[in-house]
Design a protein around this ligand. Structure first.
Ligand code: FPP
Ligand code: MG
Length: 298
């Protein structure tokens, strides 16, 4: 089924009839295709399902092209980012092209589906902006972080599951909640891997978020746990390039206060709730997708 989604994406890109864009867009690394997998598992291999999955992946890819410009990221999925290879101007325009083509095709599918997906893209954009705004100061408010990751990441995964359930004629609510939960867990694990993993495994720089100004959940919890001088030290390291010593100190503090386990347990609780909902709907494959999200290493 995923092969059919890849072919559909390729077809949509070729329809642009622009050899320069095609050469770059057809060779973008596809990543895990979590959203497409979800849509196809929920709604089967009908043509409009394949089209919806292809469109959502194109919108997601567009958002990453823009995100890498915003984050000034040089690496994406173990390869140089498009902005690193061709500059920000082309990365932005290629994102716009992918996004606009996706929306054009979305019109042809189903009014309910286009409304759910387009609303999620509004959330996605608000989330990205809030991510940027929150990084200008050291955010220590968990609820602002949770709202931002819901918008930036969970909204499109939630919309994918919701829209797929509608296309399949299934009761949408459990699927919507499932999508929201695994979307939140996905970003929480992403932010945790930034702390626990290394560049070779991740395919992008590790320990990067805090230096970029992003106070993700592990840092919010660490800030809460630390007192006095240690809290001041953490604050002084915010949005700075860290020395090896400073990196080790943050690692040791996280270890001492059980931060990694706490964040992992929280993401796991969301995935377990999602899995229980799918257990009741007899959706074994969706439980496996949820578990992959929590167990992933990159
Ligand atoms: C990755 O976050 C970014 C997102 C999931 C959303 C980006 C959204 C936009 C740029 C809004 C514009 C949308 C469109 C469709 C044009 P991250 O930086 O935390 O993850 P990373 O480490 O993988 O870069
Ligand atoms: Mg980024």
């Amino acid at each position: 089924m995923l092969r059919a989604v890849e072919r559909k994406i390729e077809q949509y890109i070729k329809e642009l009839d622009d050899k320069g864009s095609e050469a770059i867009l057809c060779n973008l690394p596809g990543g895990k295709r979590v959203r497409a997998k979800l849509i196809c598992k929920i709604a089967g291999d009908h043509l409009r399902v394949i089209k919806t999955a292809a469109i959502v992946e194109m919108i997601h890819a567009a958002s990453l092209l823009h995100d890498d410009v915003i984050d000034d990221a040089k690496v994406r999925r173990k390869s140089p980012s498009i902005n690193a290879l061709y500059g920000s101007k082309r990365a932005i325009m290629l994102g716009d092209i992918l996004y606009a083509k996706g929306f054009f095709e979305l019109n042809e599918i189903d009014k309910r589906v286009s409304s759910i997906i387009s609303n999620a893209v509004v959330q996605l954009s608000l989330g990205e902006m809030n991510d940027v705004v929150l990084a200008t100061v050291m955010n220590t408010d968990r609820s602002l972080y949770m709202k931002m990751i819901y918008q930036k990441t969970a909204s499109l995964i939630e919309a994918s599951a919701h829209a797929a359930a509608l296309l399949a004629g299934k009761s949408p609510e459990p699927y919507r909640i499932y999508g929201r939960n695994i979307g939140l867990a996905f970003q929480m694990i992403d932010d945790l891997l930034d702390v626990t993993s290394d560049e070779a495994t991740l395919g992008k720089p590790a320990l990067h978020d805090f230096a970029e100004g992003k106070t993700t959940l592990p840092y919010i919890y660490l800030y809460e746990q630390l007192g006095g001088e240690q809290r001041e030290k953490l604050k002084s390291l915010h949005a700075k390039k860290l020395s090896i010593e400073e990196q080790k100190w943050i690692g040791a503090m996280m270890q001492e206060h059980g931060i990694v386990q706490r964040c992992y347990d929280e993401a796991k609780a969301l995935v377990d709730e999602a899995s229980n909902l799918m257990e009741r709907s007899g959706e074994r494959d969706l439980i496996a997708i949820a578990q992959e999200i929590i167990n992933r290493k990159f």
